[in-house]
Design a protein around this ligand. Structure first.
Ligand code: FES
Ligand SMILES: [Fe+2]
Length: 420
């Protein structure tokens, strides 16, 4: 459980809140590159950390990210005219550049210098890996752009998607770090409900080890194998809101990010990549099918096709005969338990944690400790370690006596000559 006060700190990310300020020390995913396909095309609305923004692509492909309200009388710049070197508000024609500078104020007298004193709120952007990233924090502590395995690869090696999720960001992060749910929520039914399957039921429940890293932590889950070895699942947590789903070496890795739109909804970014070759047409099709870690979404709103309003397309016949939930697709199965967990903000003071919740407890502590320190004026070190975000997960068997860090370190380097 968490005190009511700590739950507030953990879940509130508006400007001026401790966690909101911590998020504003990191580069975060803002939108997909594919949402702005065309230079000089229309602006799109982007909600981030309680702020209402608009993004537009100018000439040379550069992306501007501005507060959506026009500094004049707050008309939404979403309706603006994209003039390629800036965006012109359609109400009275004021025009703003990528840095927020007012470039034109045609309704004011020609000799007026007023435009030199008016600025729109503007944020820097960086495009990498099919995602437009931004930094919403103070300029004097703006970190270098973080390196990730998949942002360093050709785009053919990865598949990127985004979904709108109706809950606080941390409910999603907890789901990503909680390996114990996999053998229940995502279970395919065998001959009887709890038939051993895959590697999850070797002895049942995982034991956790937590190891802090320069940019977050590793949730190391160990399940004993009958031969005395262990099945390891290692999930890196990259602050402030990302994880890498455990995968076997040579299989597809998947990066996730839970980015608050506001305190009760979030963008779920998911990137699946292969370190050493492009994804095949068949592999791409599997990701697009919505049966794995990506969901099918409405192309305009990014709301999942299977959502709370249609009971996530739960089929009771499937629930009786095929899988644990009656819902098809791994990510679709995650959504009901994350979105309907007290509703959009989980009341953690009333929960009853078990031994398999050690990883989420550790992540809460790390985030709370860092956010509270920042509120006292101590800047976090994690955002400044751009080099240390480049991590991979691990799922794999170890022999008796083999330690997890041996396996994990080997996985970090496999195939990296191709991505160096
Ligand atoms: S409100 Fe934008 S120019 Fe007047
Ligand atoms: Fe899950």
């Amino acid at each position: 459980m968490l005190s009511v006060e700590d739950n507030e700190v953990l879940t509130r990310t508006g400007r001026g809140t401790p966690m909101g300020e911590l998020f504003r020390r990191f580069w975060i995913p803002a939108l997909l590159s594919s949402e702005l396909p065309q230079q000089g095309g229309p602006a799109v609305k982007v909600g981030l950390l309680g702020e209402k923004l608009i993004a537009f692509r100018g000439k040379d492909g550069k992306v501007g990210l501005l507060e959506s309200r026009c500094p004049h009388r707050h008309a939404n710049l979403y309706w603006g005219r994209n003039e390629e070197d800036g965006l012109r508000c359609v109400y009275h024609g004021w025009k703003f550049g990528f840095d927020g500078a007012c470039l034109d104020m045609p309704a004011e007298p020609v000799d007026s210098t007023y435009k030199d004193r008016v600025k729109a709120v503007a944020y820097p952007t960086h495009e990498a890996g099919g995602i437009i990233w931004t930094y919403l924090g103070p300029a004097d502590v703006q970190p270098d752009f973080p390196l990730h395995d998949w942002t360093l690869l050709p785009e053919s090696h990865s598949y990127v998607s985004k979904r709108h999720q109706r809950c606080n960001y941390f409910q999603n992060i907890e789901g990503e770090l909680d390996t114990a749910h996999v053998q229940f929520l995502h279970r395919e039914l065998g001959e009887h409900d709890f038939a051993p399957q895959k590697r999850f039921d070797t002895t049942g429940n995982p034991e956790y080890t937590i190891a802090e890293t320069p940019v977050g932590m590793l949730a190391v889950a160990q399940r004993a194998l009958p031969d005395g070895g262990s099945y390891w699942r290692i999930t890196p947590f990259l602050m402030p809101a990302s994880t890498i789903v455990p995968a076997r070496v040579g299989e597809r890795y998947t990066f996730t990010a839970a980015i608050p739109i506001d305190d009760t909804s979030m963008w779920g970014f998911t990137v699946t990549w292969l370190a050493d070759r492009p994804l095949s047409a068949e592999e791409l099709e599997r990701e697009r099918s919505g049966l794995g870690l990506h969901v099918r979404v409405d192309p305009e709103t990014f709301v999942p096709v299977a959502n709370m309003d249609n009971d996530y397309l739960r089929d009771l016949e499937v629930m009786a005969t095929q899988n644990f939930t009656g819902i098809m697709g791994v990510r679709s199965q995650d959504l009901p338990v994350q979105e309907d967990q007290d509703g959009p903000i989980c009341e953690r003071h009333a929960e009853h944690l078990g031994t398999t919740d050690r990883a989420i407890v550790a992540a809460r502590r790390l985030m709370l400790r860092t956010a509270k320190s920042l509120a006292q004026g101590i800047e976090p070190t994690q955002p400044q370690r751009a080099d240390a975000f480049r991590q991979r997960s691990l799922a794999g068997d170890g022999t008796a006596g083999q330690t997890w860090d041996e396996l994990f370190n080997a996985a970090q380097h496999q195939g990296q000559e191709q991505t160096a």
